[in-house]
Design a protein around this ligand. Structure first.
Ligand SMILES: Cc1cc2nc3c(=O)[nH]c(=O)nc-3n(C[C@H](O)[C@H](O)[C@H](O)COP(=O)(O)O)c2cc1C
Length: 165
């Protein structure tokens, strides 16, 4: 079974709770998960493509890496500060990431014209790098969705087949 890398963009902490709710559900469903609250591209890549010694007999880890991007949007459609360096490093990354499949979960507020733009932008960036999007972006609207942690857990359970790649 693949180890899933959850990469979190959060300014005020709300999206961290949503990401941790995802992590909790995935672990309940027997997935191996690494969560990155302060994402560092080298760490994410090292966990995604472990060397033989680090593989702990899980060959799928190398063949079918999955990333879940879970990010809010701040400013006028900007990335949260904690994920800006990750995105910049990704933009300049020379490693082949085309074997990475990903899902994006966007947290935003529909009163902004730039609703969940950071999530949209990071998805586009990953697609431009050859990564495979497993589903269209799942968004949560903080002006309507009262309990996004509960909703994301329901969504993961309902859509778990997406991760069976
Ligand atoms: C200053 C500020 C700017 C924001 N800009 C956007 C935006 O452009 N688009 C959007 O969808 N949401 C925007 N939001 C809403 C946040 O994404 C939302 O409150 C989210 O829950 C914050 O998550 P976090 O606690 O993980 O940072 C903004 C919120 C603040 C406080």
């Amino acid at each position: 079974m693949s180890a899933i890398q959850i990469i979190v963009g959060s300014m005020l902490g709300g999206t961290e709770y949503v990401a941790e709710a995802c992590e909790e559900t995935l672990i309940e469903l027997n997935y191996k998960v690494d969560i990155h609250l302060k994402p560092d591209l080298n760490n994410v890549i090292n966990n995604t493509f472990p060397t033989n010694n680090e593989q702990n007999i899980d060959s799928d880890l190398v063949k079918k890496p999955i990333w879940i991007l879970c990010t809010s949007t701040h400013g006028a459609g900007d990335y949260p500060d904690n994920i800006k360096q990750f995105v910049s490093d990704l933009t300049h990354c020379e490693q082949d990431l085309s074997t990475v499949s990903f899902l994006t979960i966007g947290i935003g507020d529909s009163s902004y014209d730039t609703f969940c733009k950071a999530a949209v932008d990071i998805s586009k960036l990953l697609i431009s790098m050859g990564c495979k999007e497993l589903s269209t972006i799942k968004t949560f609207d903080m002006s309507e969705d009262i309990d996004p942690e509960d909703l994301v857990q329901q969504w993961i359970r309902t859509n778990i087949d997406l991760l069976s790649i």
